[in-house]
Design a protein around this ligand. Structure first.
Ligand code: FAD
Length: 409
């Protein structure tokens, strides 16, 4: 292994892919992830194969990167960690604060007893990938010990004595020759849209649906846990919206929603699906035939709904104007899925301040100057394969930079 060090901030698809690429090139990587688990948003996505045939959704690619990263001898992972400040002389020197992980990864065997015994719902968190070790984490916002010291069941019953509820946060200093910012995106929060998100239980986002499908393989109504008879997808929520000044297309939502819709039709064939859209953005040569197949099963409605009301029986009434006939219409469904778009992540502000670089006019961050690089959706909307390709190429630029070559060599 060489003596060069790269600090990668963010352990989603982009950070993991770049870390693995650099590590394979013999560079030592310190990977800092803010949350307790690696994998970012996409580790919560389900495989959307239809009739056991891959539809290239990319979900499995993230799992592969995660597995390669955690077992790579050149990569050191600090989960639940954030950069506090950073200085640059010849090298970067970063102060990192790591929250207490409570569960010792060296001792934990992922047996799950802590989750099974915990009396407080949501106090033991579970990752989406078993390659995250530990696969469990204590949520101090819900845990009774952190509230009033009234419960120590997980600590007392852990057969490996892996749980230390009094474990303190720690500080680390990392020296690096280059820094990669891969802090990803923030899904648009649709609570201010007139669609009832956060008010009506049966209005969910595309990310909620991804997780539901990954965890149980089925779609159920959150209100009563029963299968919905009719689902509506609404596209472009938070994207291509001049009122929000979000003029960009998020690029991934049409593909992701149509793949999930087809998966639901395969698993729950009696469910009717209506798909509200402006125009379908298809990318890649394989998507056209997939889309043609999708149209056989899914009712496509070219309109973006005005608002949604909840009826007494909790079904949802969607009002819209038909784009072709200009008639006002309504559609009544059991579940609405909002295809929320990709927006700039909040921590771009912190990164801009720490590294003295400004975001672009849409709020995303792109740089490859003075040893600071960005990769993945922190730069703007990208699919998983695009993120992996982008991160691979940025990793090569970083390697050239730390080897003293100009980036264009
Ligand atoms: C609804 C929806 C569905 C999608 N479906 C698909 C699909 O089917 N197929 C597809 O190809 N793409 C899909 N995408 C796109 C996909 O999610 C992205 O391509 C991918 O997640 C990008 O990875 P990333 O690493 O750039 O960002 P992220 O997944 O956001 O990962 C960023 C990571 O950085 C961490 N982080 C943030 N701030 C800090 C900080 N200050 N310090 C340390 N760590 C930090 C985060 O915790 C996170 O782990 C979808 C997107 C959306 C919104």
């Amino acid at each position: 292994m060489g003596d060069k060090n790269v600090l990668v901030i963010g352990g989603g698809t982009a950070g993991l892919s770049a870390a693995v690429e650099l590590a394979n090139l013999g560079v030592h990587v310190e990977l800092i992830e803010k949350s307790k688990f690696l994998g970012g948003h996409a580790i919560g996505y389900t495989c959307k194969a239809i009739e056991n045939t891959c539809v290239k959704c990319g979900a499995c690619m993230v799992e592969e990167k995660l597995q390669s990263a955690v077992f790579h001898p050149n990569i050191n992972v600090l989960a639940a960690s954030q950069v506090q400040n950073i200085s640059q002389n010849n090298r970067f020197s970063a102060n990192i604060r790591q929250e207490s992980l409570v569960i010792d990864p060296e001792k934990c065997t992922n047996c799950g007893l802590c989750l099974n015994r915990c009396p407080m719902e949501g106090a033991i968190l579970q990752g989406f990938s078993k390659n995250n070790h530990p696969f469990y984490a204590v949520n101090i916002k819900k845990c009774l010990y952190f509230k009033d010291r009234s419960c120590t069941i997980c600590r007392d019953e852990c057969p490996e004595t892996a749980i230390d509820l009094d474990k303190k946060a720690s500080e680390h200093t990392i020296e690096a020759d280059a820094v990669l910012i891969a802090i990803g995106f923030q899904p648009f929060n649709p609570k201010d849209k007139p669609y009832g998100y956060g008010r009506f239980n049966n209005v969910v986002t595309g990310l909620d649906l991804e997780r539901m499908l990954k965890q149980s393989g089925r779609v159920k109504k959150p209100s009563d846990n029963k299968l919905p008879q009719k689902i509506a997808f609404i596209q472009c929520v938070g994207s291509r919206d001049a009122k929000l000044n979000h003029l960009w297309c998020s690029k991934v939502c049409c593909g992701s929603a149509l793949r999930m819709a087809r998966l639901i039709k395969e698993r729950q064939p009696k469910t009717e699906i209506a798909f509200f859209y402006m125009d379908v953005q298809t990318f890649g040569k394989d998507f056209e035939p997939f889309y043609r197949e999708a149209q056989k099963d899914i009712r496509m409605i070219r309109a973006i709904p005005g608002d949604i009301y909840e009826m007494d029986d909790r079904r949802l009434k969607i009002n819209f104007v038909n784009n072709s006939t200009h008639e006002t219409k309504e559609e009544i469904v059991d579940l609405v899925v909002l295809s929320v778009g990709i927006t700039p992540v909040e921590d771009i502000g912190t990164m801009s301040r720490i590294f003295k670089i400004g975001p672009d006019e849409s709020g995303f961050l792109r740089t490859d100057h003075n040893g600071v690089f960005t990769a993945g959706t922190v730069q703007g909307p990208m699919s998983i394969p695009e993120t992996i390709a982008n991160s691979g190429s940025v990793a090569w630029k970083i390697k050239k930079y730390i080897d003293g070559l100009t980036i264009d060599d």
